[in-house]
Design a protein around this ligand. Sequence first.
Ligand SMILES: *Cc1c(COP(=O)(O)O)cnc(C)c1O
Length: 472
Amino acid sequence: MNLEKLICSKSATIKDVMMCINENAKGAAFIVDEAVRLVGIMTDGDIRRLLIDGYGLNDFIEEHIQSDFVYAKVNEEPENIAKKFNHRIRIIPIINESRQLVDYSEFDENIHLSLASPYLNGNEYKYLMDAFLSTWISSTGKYITKFEENFAEYCGVKYGVATANGTVALHLALIALGIGAGDEVIVPDLTFAATINAVIYTGATPVIVDIEEDSWCIDPDEIEKAITPRTKAIIPVHVYGQPCDMDRICEIAKGHDIYIVEDCAEAHGAEWRSKKVGSFGIISCFSFFGNKVITTGEGGICVTNSKELYEKMRILRDHGMSRERKYYHEVIGYNYRMTNLQAAIGVAQIERVDDILMWRAKLENQYRNAFSNIKGIRLQRNDLSNRKKIAWLVSILVDENKRDEVLIELKNNGIDTRAFFIPLSEMDLYKKYDRGCCRSHQISKMGLNLPTTFEVDLDGIEKIISLIASII
Ligand SMILES: *Cc1c(COP(=O)(O)O)cnc(C)c1O
């Protein structure tokens, strides 16, 4: 709105201010002197109180202007200004160094879009209450078995071992394979740090390799170059819902007799050549953290076709205790169990996973259509051969070093976004494991995840696009 419509002179009458507020419909007027210096704010309520006190419409406001009011300075950080809003203060004048009114900022309650939120309106509550009322709230109970069976079946794999979270699922998989000190495990540079941390827990040495430019997934050529006699495993990460090139990776693994442990934490339901991710690795790991495709609050799972590894993981998950002889420990194990409460939510989530993936895909398509004629923005590729990606977080690349500006502008407008993962090789902690990555640095700098929740509708997308377009 034009700033003029919000301004009243300090020599105005009560009626003038009422007319101003009536016309601007913002509930307030900014009062200025002859040099447009801000002297106060008058609200609906101030006027009402003057009338109650017996003043008339033609009385002047000058003596009644409140001198303490909330304002902002023109170079103030938007985040700072945002903090000044509350349930009463919805509009804030902005002044320059000479106290002149130059702009205003307004609270917009219509937009607050979070990055991700769980979708819990199926049987989640019912099963959770059922588990709760059964008093089987710890790590034994019917939902755990059900969750393991149903999720393994969903992936097209025989066995599932549910865990406390996705990170320990990765660790459990690696130790079940006997990976430890002296071994090397190849990981991609663009991933969440849990992937590499799990390797480090085992005592093995992670080897960080670069990603493919188009898929952002681990580059098979780089895997090949990184293999040594000590290489024991590769952890392909299906990053942001995009499946890795599993033909090449399986071929390399077979040729060198090394394991594949898939990190599917961001790609439930994604497919390579119509086969679900999670069905390629000797063991594959998923996360059910609150922002993942489906969730159990915190949670994870290892899936495998190997009965032997399945048994081994169950023992390692449960303190290394013998399954025949209670309190007899065969190996140094861990407590990596999932609770029946988490599993109850998970069972309900699996019932709806296809629906959830469908609305995610629909939302991503809406973004894709809306972005199709915006130059300088590229969405994550969905046209790569053999790959059926799923929409975890809608991911875009912003050209010309404008990513951070876009991120801040969206944040200031109540729209939550995330910059891509920082490449592992860029962090002091992991630098020493780097094999010379560069594409990951390029992609990471440009990458942004956009809100991928039910709150996002076409209006929300429009708003996001107009904010981005204003910058690039
Ligand atoms: C989320 C995530 C994990 C870890 O899962 P948690 O359940 O949070 O421990 C591991 N790898 C990747 C790629 C992830 O995105």
